[in-house]
Design a protein around this ligand. Sequence first.
Ligand code: OFO
Length: 176
Amino acid sequence: MINKKLLKVMNEQIKYELESYYLYLSMAAYFHSISLDGMAHWMRAQAHEEMIHAMKFFDHILDRGGKITLLDLKQGKTDWKSILEAWQDTLEHEQFITQKINDLTTVARNEKDYASEPILAFFTGEQIEEEATASRILDQVSMVAENKSGIFLLDRELGTRIFPPGSPMDASAAAK
Ligand code: OFO
């Protein structure tokens, strides 16, 4: 049985992961609206990953006999002034999620909830990757800044991100 305090923060984490899903879906819409379909594709893949994250916590709670409580999602940002601002928000958001995973780990350790160690170790590693990727793309966007051909090339590169097969988020697969 999952520890009660941990159950509360894990239910909150489902909400944060779903808010991440929403944020990246919103960014995908923003990038589509300015014809940067590669960046939009990258964001759709990121949104797909966030749904998987939410479901990992969802299933962990169920497996351990806990009650799922789906909380209200906060209304997130729906527009950005620039490409740079969107990528800055991406990195900032991932740093926020890393803090939330750290907080979860602290609760689990204080409550001696050892069964949650594998899932929290997975997310600790995942956040290193998420921050590193967002930071690298942000650096590249800053590098090309107002250079339109640089943005065009970066957009093409980001458009090569691979989706898991059959993802409903993959617009190119739906078009086939
Ligand atoms: Fe779930 O890692 Fe990003 O937010």
